[in-house]
Design a protein around this ligand. Structure first.
Ligand code: FHN
Length: 452
């Protein structure tokens, strides 16, 4: 509700301060405010593919792409519908784990490339209501998100391996006719479902498109879809995979000619931030998006926390993925990592939420995030490598340092200035092995000598 109030206030101010009342949607940056503040979200890849859990005819490296990577005929794949019965699914529990981890929004696969809809759609029988489960998972999840003020967002695939009007077919689907297929009719189907997803489930924060890369999807269609979704909810945010401007897994948009409110690096973190560019890195906790019961290549808690810090220090958001099991539970390894990230965020979230990118090109010992106030700036110095001599050197800072604290407990720290280096004396022990934060308040906006 808070966001809605905010929007009403902004609109009222707009109307009262100008004669011609504009019916323009809120400018993009206003729409981005909650998202830039949030910095950390949960990605969820869940669907029929959780049933085979990565295995097919003895091969065990599949996941959400299994229909294609295992070349499963559509009729055979449709059979999973009769097995989808996630009796352990508990939306409030899922939302609580996201919230306790410090995540502010959830992006879940309303429909992945396989075409299966996790929501009750009147436009297809290939949806959750045709399964033994017969519950609208997305309604239960969106209600639980609203209860906890977690922003509900949809991942929706443009590419659809199930719908008869979607083209192209998979190369190996030689048996599946393209007779009568009309791509425009598929676009109409997709738009009808997007209307359902932005009407029946409350305020939606982000429409996270994917599967835009095939030749049948064009730049013109991307522009049209961006404008269409914007007409469904005027403050909704749409990623750059709605159009054709994304540069592969590097994820940024190649030019302003292409639609999309933010860039989407995937499984990678840009080397530096990009001033004025909104972007979000999406990443798996192991090596698969959808559940693979054999994949035990889990990133450590420390690695995940330092990735969050690295991304935010470059001005980005972190969308961290969970692949739930067919029974509706999260893998224990995911639960453990969410808990560890929540413990860290419980002390240090102020150094993540609503911060902006580091003014330093690089720091040997860690990262920096920033919050600017009226006449001062607060630097959050994320120390990954605790200096053995207890001296933390902040290089090339031309501002007057005011105070320094150890963030956990706010203990004041001694500091001195030598030329344009600020040197802070740290206690012997590192408070948190994952990343410890030192706060440095400085006068004015940061002015950094980039010779370092
Ligand atoms: O093909 C999808 C993949 O299954 C997954 O959804 C990722 C997550 O962003 N996106 C595509 C691969 O780039």
């Amino acid at each position: 509700m808070k966001r809605l109030t905010f929007l009403i206030t902004v609109t009222a101010l707009t109307i009262s301060s100008c004669n011609n009342i504009s019916d323009q949607a809120a400018p993009a940056d206003d729409r981005m405010d909650w998202w830039s503040e949030a910095r950390f979200g949960m990605f969820i890849h869940w669907g029929l593919y959780a049933i085979p859990a990565g295995e097919w005819e003895g091969e065990t490296n599949h996941a959400e792409w299994i229909r294609t990577t295992a070349q499963i005929p559509v009729e055979t794949y449709n059979g999973f519908i009769d097995q989808f019965n996630p009796v352990e699914f508990n939306a409030p529990e899922w939302v609580a784990m996201a919230k306790d981890a410090g995540m502010k929004y959830i992006v879940i696969t309303s429909k992945h490339h396989d075409g299966f809809c996790l929501f009750d759609s009147e436009h297809t029988g290939f949806d959750v209501m045709s399964t033994p489960f017969k519950r609208d998972i997305m309604k239960e999840l969106s209600d639980a998100c609203a209860d906890e003020e977690i922003v509900m967002c949809w991942y929706h695939s443009i590419m659809d391996w199930h719908h008869p009007d979607y083209l192209p077919r998979r190369k190996w689907e030689t048996e599946r006719t393209i007779e009568g297929a009309q791509f425009d009719r598929y676009i109409g189907y997709m738009k009808s479902q997007l209307a359902e997803l932005t009407t029946n489930y409350g305020n939606i924060g982000v429409l996270w498109f994917d599967g835009e890369w095939e030749s049948t999807w064009t730049h013109e269609m991307g522009i049209d879809l961006y404008d269409y979704v914007g007409s469904l909810q005027d403050d909704i945010i749409i990623n750059n995979r709605v159009d054709k401007g994304r540069q592969g897994l590097q994820g940024m948009t190649m030019s302003d000619d292409f639609k999309g409110d933010f860039g989407t690096p995937e499984q990678e973190i840009p080397a530096t931030g990009l001033a004025g560019v909104d972007w979000e890195t999406c990443m798996t906790m192991n090596d698969h998006w959808g559940y693979n019961k054999f994949d035990d290549n889990w990133k450590s808690e420390k690695d995940l926390i330092q990735k969050l810090v690295d991304i935010v220090s470059k001005g980005g958001n972190f969308l961290l993925n969970i692949g739930p099991k067919a029974d509706g539970t999260f893998p224990q390894e995911s639960i453990d990592r969410l808990k560890a990230m929540g413990d860290w965020m419980g002390i240090y979230s102020e150094s993540i939420y609503g911060t902006s990118a580091s003014p330093f090109r690089s720091l040997d010992w860690g990262r920096c995030t920033v919050k600017e106030a009226k006449k001062k700036t607060r630097l959050y110095l994320h120390v990954f490598e605790w200096p053995e001599d207890g001296k933390l050197i902040i290089p090339g800072l031309n501002n007057k340092p005011v105070k320094a604290y150890l963030m956990d407990g706010m203990k004041r720290l001694e500091m001195e200035v030598i030329n344009t280096d600020v040197i802070i004396t740290l206690p012997g022990d590192m408070p948190d092995e994952n990343s410890s934060v030192v706060i440095l308040d400085i006068k004015g906006e940061p002015v950094v000598n980039d010779s370092h």
